[in-house]
Design a protein around this ligand. Structure first.
Ligand code: ZN
Ligand code: ZN
Length: 919
């Protein structure tokens, strides 16, 4: 039906709709014959007339759990396939980001389980040090209490209670989603096992000299009052100022101009640095400056770090409050003077400004400098300012005594592992981000001034000053025998325990059977936002402590955004609550709408339309399944290889086989979005739109053998569909599976379909494609000529391969409303006026008298001629375009030529038809 290419789908739709043979767009299968519903039923089918997931989702989940299908068994004759869940925070509630993350993991684990792997999806939660502590502090504030009021033990008691009460919330929500996690292995980053691993690793690293305590510049959040690692600081562009301040040179009238964006830190200046190559300052060697306001003498130091172009080329050095200055200070042995307190106020070094907030102090310092004539000028500055990822307060670089992990030696093998592709990022572009981060990584500050978390296993002896790092509690000093022992007050960065997750959850440091069998894991599924926080740290931790990579593949997904592409957030009020979607539409619909169109590494847009599309598909599957199951009731179901297959059967079996292959290959490549769309196309277009319609003339006929064979094929196709669909939509497929006549246990543990080389009937496929064209053409002719779709007409066909069409005559008659089909060798055999249709390999004629009105028909043919002329013009334009001919791939050019020839052929036929009509 090449002629109607422009608006074919629209016409097709109207026509089908009018004929009552198409479903509406809510996914209902439309039956042109409702007898099937009245068929005698031997056994009541447990599938309501309308799809209502709340009838069965919870029940099915309970059954799965009870039967132990989620539990992964160590089995010598099975290959393990392991995923560890990115542990959600105990403070968390399921949001769309989790829903996507978990759906992708569940889809993979179900797929692998059906393929026969011993598939373990290990679940757990993270104690989320800062996030949880903030919650507890807020809760106490409501009672008028502070941390100090209740003390460390009292606080921890509250935190554990909170964890018991709310920590399981997200687990329950994961269950609603259908997650097939092995709950018998549920872990928590602060449970006994994980805590043991944390101590083991801390002590090991300490003993290897890879953990040390030292004075370093760290990122300090004055609001959370804790150190932050580099990964926990978010940089944002902000408008600021550059103040040019005169630093007088001692014993002279001259001065050196220093540019700074933070004048309030000048109380902590212990030098001014210039670049040794800077000729402007070559005469300053040995000179001393007077620090304004403070009136203290400070040296001029020469250091390569100073950029010649920045400001005046002279920079003040404040080692206690700037990471680069700290390094300069170390090189030149400068004193470190800390002037800002942990709460963000100025200390006694700021003199009369002591106690003032640093921001206010800055204003006052600038005012005083101006009054003293020491402020030369102010420039606008656009610069990056760090903020706390938790509370968003401006981060203060502060020198402080903290615990650090020495990163360089750990990063090296971790970079190598990704470079050698032992660990693969999907998509690969994220490995660049990883390399960039890991090659420039600084030592990791792991101590946090919090109470909720793993307390650092370091002890101090007050009698002799010894530091003892130990896996077990220390009460007596091993050096002096003293008993005045204190444990370090700080806890570890929350990510310290998450970094051990792939092996701590499997039993490390014990060499458990689980660890031996399930480690390394196979794939980590996570968002790109935690590559540094988590993925990188798991890689070096696995390599260091297990001597093996923690996972082979890292599947990175993007964020779930709203329909306009904005981040979902509380403040915008644009978030969609996945639990609400589940309550309203069911988990399968939510899962389908998340995976549909998902592409690794890319953000996705989520909208109500997506949910609607998914729900329509579920309805479609439900209704098609009911049709098949109702027709199968009381019938013998044969093995397809024992059936006499009709051309339509062969066609659908071939299409199905190809779908099995495509879906499987795409799943193996983590292209879940494409796999789902392969399946969607098959179910919606091939199976529901066409095959089910093809079966009706047989099912409503009286040839019992044919009916048995057709029902057997329907059951075979449906059975394969639900197996392919199960990883994506576990509940609906299980519910259908329960009603299958050939059911053998849960679909969760059914064997995944395999591609079968025997199921390729290429001749049948060609025949059915022609058949579809003929049916669509006849329907179109009726629509265009205004004839009712049900109006019976005679159809005359000239075709090269008439025999093939003859085999399909029954379908044409039933599906296109044709009374008789006549094969003719030439149009001249027809005495009456006819409407013609040109399709590939055949011409169709319908007596005009059976349809209508000559004039209209002439107009219609002229319109088609016009369309074809346009196509010819387009194609010849393209073929005359040198650029196209030279640059386009050969197959494209050939295809264009072929199209051109086809259009010319069509034009000739149309011209002739118009002439005939007039004649
Ligand atoms: Zn903060
Ligand atoms: Zn001691």
């Amino acid at each position: 039906m090449m002629i109607f290419f422009i608006n074919r789908s629209v016409i097709f739709y109207i026509l089908f709709y009018a004929a009552g043979i198409i479903f509406d767009n809510k996914g209902d299968i439309g039956y042109n014959n409702k007898i099937c519903f009245n068929a005698i039923r031997r056994k009541p089918m447990d599938m309501a007339k309308t799809y209502n997931p709340s009838d069965f989702e919870k029940k099915i989940y309970e059954e799965w759990e009870k039967e132990g299908y989620f539990k992964a068994k160590i089995s010598a004759d099975k290959i393990p396939f392991t995923i560890v869940i990115p542990p959600p925070n105990i403070t968390g509630q399921l949001h769309m980001g989790h829903a996507l993350d978990e759906t992708l993991q569940d889809t993979l684990i179900r797929f692998k389980r059906m393929q026969g792997y011993s598939a373990l999806w290990l679940p757990g939660t993270d104690h989320a040090s800062i996030a949880t502590e903030v919650k507890i502090v807020e809760q106490m504030a409501k009672e008028g209490l502070t941390k100090n009021d209740v003390g460390r033990d009292g606080f921890l008691e509250r935190a554990w209670k909170w964890k018991e009460k709310y920590g399981g919330r997200i687990i329950e929500q994961l269950k609603l989603l259908g997650s097939s996690c092995d709950w018998s292995r549920l872990a928590f980053t602060m449970d006994e096992r994980c805590s043991k691993a944390v101590k083991e690793v801390f002590v090991n690293l300490y003993e290897k000299g890879l953990i040390y305590k030292g004075d370093r510049i760290i990122n300090w959040c004055p609001d959370c009052k804790t150190a932050l690692s580099d990964a926990e600081v978010e940089y944002e562009e902000e408008d600021g100022h550059l103040w040019y301040i005169k630093y007088p040179i001692k014993d002279s009238d001259e001065y050196l101009t220093v540019a700074t964006s933070r004048p309030e830190t000048m109380f902590g200046d212990t030098a001014v640095a210039v670049n040794p190559k800077d000729e402007r300052y070559s005469g300053l060697k040995g000179k001393t400056l007077i620090l304004p306001i403070v009136n203290k003498e400070i040296p001029i130091v020469f250091d390569e770090y100073v950029e010649l172009e920045f400001g005046t080329g002279a920079v003040k050095i404040t080692p206690a409050h700037d990471p680069n200055d700290f390094e300069v200070g170390l090189r030149h042995k400068l004193p470190v003077v800390k002037v800002i307190n942990d709460d963000g106020t100025m200390n006694s070094f700021a003199g009369k400004y002591e106690g003032q907030d640093a921001v206010l102090c800055r204003e006052n310092v600038v005012k005083e400098l101006k009054e003293k004539g020491l402020l030369l000028k102010i420039e606008k500055l656009h610069h990056n300012v760090g903020h706390c990822y938790r509370c968003h307060h401006t981060v203060e670089p502060i020198v402080s005594k903290q615990w650090f992990v020495k990163m360089k030696p750990l990063a090296k093998p971790a970079i190598e592992a990704v470079r050698k592709k032992s660990v693969k990022f999907i998509p690969d572009r994220f490995s660049k981000i990883y390399f960039n981060w890991m090659s420039n990584v600084k030592d990791w500050c792991i101590s946090r001034q919090l109470w909720w978390g793993h307390r650092i296993p370091a002890y101090y002896c007050d009698d002799c000053g010894e530091t003892i790092v130990s896996k077990t509690d220390v009460t007596v000093c091993p050096k002096c025998g003293g008993t005045h022992i204190r444990q370090d007050e700080d806890v570890l960065d929350t990510w310290f325990s998450s970094a051990l997750w792939p092996f701590s959850t499997l039993g490390f440091p014990e060499e458990t059977e689980d660890l031996k069998y399930f480690y390394p894991t196979d794939v980590l599924v996570t968002g790109y936002d935690i590559i540094f926080f988590w993925v990188a740290r798991m890689i070096f931790s696995g390599l260091e402590h297990m001597k093996r990579i923690p996972f082979k593949d890292v599947l990175i997904h993007g964020l779930v955004r709203d329909s306009q592409g904005r981040k979902m957030s509380k403040s915008l009020g644009n978030g969609i609550d996945p639990t609400e979607v589940i309550a309203k539409y069911g988990a399968d619909t939510l899962r389908f709408s998340l995976v549909n169109g998902v592409a690794a590494g890319s953000d996705m847009r989520f909208s109500d339309e997506k949910i609607e599309g998914a729900r329509n598909f579920m309805n479609k599957v439900w209704n098609a399944s009911r049709f098949v199951l109702l027709n199968a009731e009381g019938k013998t179901i044969k093995n397809v290889k024992d059936c006499k297959l009709s051309v339509a059967d062969k066609w659908i079996v071939t299409k199905l086989n190809k779908t099995v292959r495509d879906v499987t290959l795409n799943m193996e490549k983590y292209e879940m979005g494409i796999a789902l769309s392969n399946l969607y196309d098959f179910v919606w277009n091939d199976f529901c739109d066409w095959y089910i319609e093809f079966t009706k003339p047989v099912l409503y006929g009286d040839d019992e053998n044919k009916i048995t064979d057709t029902v057997s094929v329907l059951i075979f196709v449906l059975d394969t569909i639900i197996k392919l669909l199960h990883p994506f939509a576990p509940f609906i497929t299980e519910q259908i599976n329960k009603n299958m006549p050939n059911r053998s246990g849960s679909i969760m543990v059914a064997e995944y379909p395999r591609y079968d080389i025997k199921h390729n009937y290429s001749v049948a496929v060609a025949e059915v494609e022609t058949l579809k064209e003929i049916i669509k053409s006849v329907r179109n002719v009726k629509a265009k000529t205004g004839a009712a779709p049900s109006k019976k007409v005679n159809l005359f066909i000239t075709a090269e391969k008439a025999q093939r069409i003859k085999a399909c005559a029954l379908y044409i008659k039933k599906l296109a409303g044709v009374s008789e089909i006549f094969f003719i060798s030439d149009k001249s055999e027809l005495k009456e006026k006819v409407v013609s249709q040109v399709i590939s390999g055949a011409e169709l004629y319908i007596p005009l008298g059976e349809l209508v009105d000559l004039k209209k028909e002439e107009e219609r043919l002229n319109k088609e001629l016009e369309n074809v002329e346009n196509e010819i013009a387009r194609a010849s334009g393209k073929l005359a375009n040198k650029g196209f001919l030279e640059k386009a791939p050969k197959n494209l050019v050939d295809a264009e030529r072929e199209k051109y020839d086809k259009f010319i052929d069509m034009r000739n036929k149309l011209v002739k038809q118009i002439k005939d009509l007039k004649g």
